[in-house]
Write a protein that binds this ligand. Sequence first.
Ligand SMILES: *Cc1c(COP(=O)(O)O)cnc(C)c1O
Length: 361
Amino acid sequence: MSLQFEIRRNPNPRSDAERETILSNPGFGVHFTDHMSVASWTEADGWHDSAVVPYGPFMLDPAAAVLHYAQEIFEGMKAYRQADGTVALFRPDKNAERFQRSAARLALPQMDTADFISSVEAVVNADRAWVPDQPEQSLYLRPFMFASEAFLGVRPAKFVTYCCFASPAGAYFASGVRPISIWITTKYTRAAPGGTGAAKCGGNYAASLIAQQEAAEHGCDQVMFADGAERAWVEELGGMNVYLVTTDNELVTPELTGSILEGVTRDSILELAPDFGLTPVERRIGIQELTEAVAAGTVTEVFACGTAAVVTPIGTLKNEHGTFSVGSGETGETTAALRAALLDIQYGRTPDPQGWMHRIS
Ligand SMILES: *Cc1c(COP(=O)(O)O)cnc(C)c1O
């Protein structure tokens, strides 16, 4: 039986004026809308008590397993105001399937694709006025699931809480797209063979924060991780996948080895590549191979991709061997074109032959 998300209206929603003020400068991840969807799971009853409720704090027992053993997973997706005024999600089925794979890895219960999408649609419907209509703005959605059982033994929780809330997001690059600098760490890794690198779980992020600090100490915006076994192969950034463009017109991204997060944006770019005369290639990329190719000019562009920032040019790579400027250090042509193509699809400005956009009626 599919879950129903009936709405219990927030008796104290923000006024139109308050909402307009927030939407005039939403930033990222700092403001939250008036409602959220929730559901509970128990071993005995499965999923139940699903509803849209007023946005607000959880009552959580101090012994809740998530607070001790980090049994938690999440998703990140966006609702986009379309050129015709309607609202649509980008490939929500992909997020639902990844949520299922993450749940399996973290020994959390499965949620059906249809239920997952209903829970997201229900929040967007309740807070439709919060979907911004300015260029590159969107309503960021954060579905997540965690072990809420109060129990200190180490085993999968028998009580689990699901929630999806929404947060208006401004243009990621408020003053235009700017290439970022990357520190390639060999001191820290984010994922190991057999570990949780391919799951979207909070623990991966906790483990990556110190490497982000290391990057900042080296004057870089973001950190790039190598593989956990040899520390010789490019994996990804803390929250974005990586691509490079070669003089042979190849669009290359590290192949999925089980420790790389399978981004929806990554997957979409692989599919779009041929439209730009590029051959999509998934293979192992050596760190040394990358810096040498950047120095030699056979890799002309490097970029990162993910839901939050779409496509982000990388202008500089840095590690203990030196600093490597990618091309001219400015945003490359292919990077800019792919970024524009994705945004045009997401905002309904071009036809959608792949059927990626999911309208919310
Ligand atoms: C979410 C995430 C990405 C990007 O995935 P998208 O589905 O494109 O947003 C990449 N790497 C990590 C570690 C992530 O958590």
